[in-house]
Ligand binder design. Structure first.
Ligand SMILES: [Fe+2]
Ligand SMILES: [Fe+2]
Length: 184
């Protein structure tokens, strides 16, 4: 793949599968049909590892840094907003995980908490992904040269190996597929 930003866009499509599945789970919970807690845990684990630890690290540690070097300001600009949204996502994931742990201990109230936090997360991430696809990545394509694009590819590769490991990364593609098929 010559354009490393296509890799990030492809990951957005994978994240969207899990977000789509989560939407269906939340709708079911609102009708008092609670999905198996294993599926909630699987979704949170995906969001924590694939979406946050891997995808957001590629953005924060590689893409945003390169964009900053090329003059895109951190504060008051799109990078600052993206970073703030990553943080919001991180705390929502933590709260979703706490809700899953409560459910696993038999606390049915955990479903209500999970459904609230997951709804906020879905809303946040849908908007976030759309801003990156339509605003931030096009800025990157406009201002980054061939060499910088190559550096991005190398940086993304490195993060993938360091943060999750290549085989593990593939595992999350399968989990997203599985959840997307089960909840639609
Ligand atoms: Fe992001
Ligand atoms: Fe992203």
């Amino acid at each position: 793949m010559n354009d490393p930003l296509e890799k990030l866009e492809e990951e957005h499509r994978v994240i969207e599968k899990v977000i789509g599945a989560l939407k269906h789970m939340v709708e079911a919970m609102k009708r008092d049909v609670n999905p198996p807690v294993e599926d909630l845990r699987k979704s949170v684990d995906f969001l924590r590892t694939f979406a946050d630890k891997c995808h957001h690290s590629k953005e924060e540690e590689v893409l945003f840094r390169v964009l900053e070097e090329r003059g895109v300001p951190r504060s008051g600009g799109p990078i600052g907003v993206m970073l703030q949204e990553h943080e919001q996502g991180r705390s929502l994931i933590k709260e979703m995980l706490r809700a899953v742990e409560a459910i696993e201990k038999g606390d049915e109230h955990g479903y209500i908490v999970f459904s609230e936090k997951a709804s906020s997360y879905i809303e946040l991430l849908e908007d976030h992904i759309s801003k990156e696809d339509n605003v931030l990545y096009p800025i990157g394509r406009n201002i980054l040269g061939k060499k910088e694009m190559e550096n991005l590819s190398e940086g993304f590769e490195k993060i993938e190996v360091e943060k999750v490991g290549t085989g593990v990364h593939e595992k999350y593609y399968r989990i997203a597929e599985e959840l997307g098929v089960k909840y639609k």
